[in-house]
Design a protein around this ligand. Sequence first.
Ligand code: MN
Length: 248
Amino acid sequence: MKILITNDDGINAKGLQALVKALEEVGEIAIVAPDRERSAVGHALTLHHPLRATEIGANRFAVDGTPTDCVNLGVHNLISFKPDLVVSGINRGGNLGDDVTYSGTVSAAMEATLMGIPSFAVSLVTDGEGSNYKAAADFAARLATAVYSNGLPEDTFLNVNVPDLHDSDIHPPLITRQGRRRYDGTIVDKLDPRGRKYYWIGSVEQAFLDLEGTDYHAVSRGHISITPLHLDLTNYSSVSILKQWDLG
Ligand code: MN
């Protein structure tokens, strides 16, 4: 099995190193990752300036672009093989619920799927630096083997979240659905030293609705969560409703 590894925390991130170590046991690997942290860039693709790739080892490259750029450059130009699988992560911090569309980690997996390559994203659910990357990496290796032998449904990729717990406290994986974030005024609004207003988006707490069957519900109870995501975001049940509108 030939595996391309990328992430959005940058090529030197602890999570990527742990992932590389585990996936080397199950396949031949290549790494194409951003040269610095690119978290929350979503599915951004760089179009308006050139990209540079620095070769840091055999089939290992640092790119001054986004995770989506890395998958594109990696597959089309940089690495010496066509990957059977693209694995993105291990992200420092969960990618749960509505947050998946902000996520560079998840978007890299989406990009690979758009290119017809099976893929999954792995994140370690932590508010800090994260400790048990090894558990997430070992699970990623097991999942890689399962994806390689079973394949994935059409246009589908996996969003995996692993709780940052001791090995013995991690419960078996559950297949989940995407959860919902609780939006509750998490924009800080203050004055800078020159008296001008600034805004800072974000909250440190994991504010998700505790809905049965969701990714959040699983990881908050110590389970590994696997959510199958689909490229097609169409809400089919709304098509007939919208068709009834009088739009001329
Ligand atoms: Mn990240």
